[in-house]
Design a protein around this ligand. Structure first.
Ligand SMILES: [Zn+2]
Length: 459
């Protein structure tokens, strides 16, 4: 039994783990690298195995840093099943084609403006490639037992991070291997808490916030204070957000704030994402996975004006404040929010609210670090707008919450692999686990292989 780390090492992106047992080969997650250019370039390099030699892929959740490489895997020859929960499958049906579309648009934009060093600039994959990979999806319910490859049994547990998100437990003979995927929080505004892990011989755990605790502030109050302040001065508020998950959380907060009179009832709110309507429908369909009642679901989506076409999106940039625009992508790496930042970041009257983890190398991380300009479409755009960071809206458990989840293990795993964190965060979680739980931990490197059937090691 062997595990190879093909991503999410030293970074929160590119999650891909190759699990091999005899002739069976599984890929756990199939994500895109994002952020630093040297990471993004890995999306273009050949995988260290033939995609056609894989038996199956098992997905933890739909975020692109866990699913966004699938269209390329299929394009390069993979023909096996892609197992995931029904909600993850529904989300991938809108997110993967959208990802392909954005890459085509970016390549086209680069060619039109002669910005690419490659001529012509090519998309990593197209919308058509993404639609093709959807044919290989096979859904499994949480807790359902299945055999994705000969000799490897699997089941999924609720992770509470995003609609459909799951931890995956594999059983090979008597050996259990648990992948936490992205771990949600015990008291999320919308999501149910992650399930207790039970037992595993080997654990792969994420460490996005391994070195940090989220602010113990009420996110609704915190958001309300910024919105009130900026709206009072007639400013525009730009909120980069994933269309699924973070956007619904924000809309829930905004609907609470409007209902209680804490922000102006007539403040225009725009949800600028062609996927938003579909995402709403998916939330309605999978009501058991979140805490919203059906009427809350409807109320939440009625507070924003949906922006569908590119023309509507562009016309927002000519409009004056006060108004609030939610648009993807969450780390401002692409998508429509980039155009809004170009239009509104230079004016100190405006504000940018960052609500999630901003991976190193992204525009979001630069804004968070206080950069006075960011590069958009080849030119430097001044950032004079107010910047507010709201970590308590995070969909990832923080250091304390992760350690509390780990304490629920029935017996310590024989070995714990710490992944999905930038180097400081992963190492801090390693120290935290070693010092407080005395477990045997490893922070693996990119492409590192680990043999899993070794006898228990002395820690
Ligand atoms: Zn995620």
């Amino acid at each position: 039994m062997e595990l190879q780390f093909l991503g999410a090492t030293g970074t929160v992106t590119g999650s891909k783990y190759l699990l091999t047992h005899r002739n069976s080969r599984l890929l756990v997650d199939c994500g895109l690298f994002q952020g630093y250019k040297q990471l993004r370039l890995r999306n273009w390099s050949k995988l260290p195995f033939e995609p056609s030699s894989l038996d199956a892929v098992v997905l933890t959740h739909a975020h692109l840093d866990h699913s966004g490489y699938l269209p390329l895997l299929v394009k390069n020859g993979f023909r096996g099943p892609i197992f995931c929960t029904p909600a993850t499958s529904d989300l991938c049906k809108i997110m993967l084609p959208d990802s392909g579309r954005i890459q085509e648009e970016d390549a086209e934009h680069a060619n039109r403006h002669g910005r690419s060093k490659h001529s012509p600039a090519l998309p990593l994959y197209t919308e058509a490639d993404a639609f093709r990979c959807l044919d290989f999806f096979k859904t499994r319910e949480l807790h359902e037992d299945f055999e994705p490859a000969v000799g490897i049994r699997a089941s999924m547990l609720r992770a509470g991070h995003l609609l459909g998100s799951a931890m995956i437990r594999f059983l090979i003979g008597n050996t259990g291997i648990l992948f936490s995927g992205d771990l949600g929080r015990p008291h999320d505004l919308l999501m149910q808490p992650p399930e207790n892990p039970g037992h595993a011989d080997f654990l792969v755990v994420e460490s996005t916030y391994g070195n940090r605790l989220h602010d113990a502030v009420d996110p609704i109050e915190q958001l309300g204070a910024v919105v009130r302040r900026v709206a009072a001065r007639g400013g525009v508020i730009i909120v980069p957000a994933f269309t699924v998950g973070r956007t619904q959380q924000l809309m829930y907060c905004l609907s609470r704030l409007k209902a209680t009179g804490k922000i102006p009832a007539d403040l225009p709110i725009f949800l600028n994402s062609p996927m938003a309507v579909d995402a709403t429908e998916i939330y309605r369909r999978h009501s058991s996975e979140h805490r919203l009642q059906p009427d809350q679901c409807s109320a939440l989506f009625n507070i924003a004006t949906m922006v569908n076409t590119v023309e509507q999106s562009k016309s927002l940039n000519k409009r004056s404040g006060p108004m609030l625009i939610i648009a993807g992508s969450g780390m401002a790496t692409g998508g429509r929010v980039v155009h809004h930042l170009k239009a509104f970041a230079p004016d100190p009257k405006n504000a940018i609210i960052l609500t999630g983890f901003q991976a190193g190398g992204t525009r979001g991380a630069a804004i968070q670090a206080g950069a006075d300009s960011i590069k958009i479409h080849g030119e430097y755009i001044a950032v004079r707008a107010e910047v507010a960071c709201m970590s308590n809206l995070s969909a990832h458990s923080d250091r304390g919450e992760t350690l509390a989840w780990l304490r629920a293990f029935e017996v310590p795993p024989r070995r714990t692999f710490i992944t999905h964190g930038e180097p400081d965060a992963a190492d801090a979680l390693r120290r935290g686990i070693e010092e407080s739980l005395h477990w045997n931990c490893i922070v693996p490197d990119y492409l590192e292989r680990a043999t899993l059937d070794a006898p228990a090691e002395v820690a």
